[in-house]
Design a protein. Sequence first.
Length: 64
Amino acid sequence: MKGLWWEEGGAEWSWRRRLWEWEEEMLGECRGILSDIVLQPSVADHWLWRHDPGGGYAVRSAYL
């Protein structure tokens, strides 16, 4: 996913505080998952809300 970690001209994401080691690991996992995604302006995206067996919907049940 080009441009996800670096802005045009090389500006890097900045965090308000130093990340804990476990957060760094999670960020690395996230980067690995997103690294092969190619965004295309001409292709629409959407959210898919999966039904919660408990009878409702929760934010955690949303998938892109």
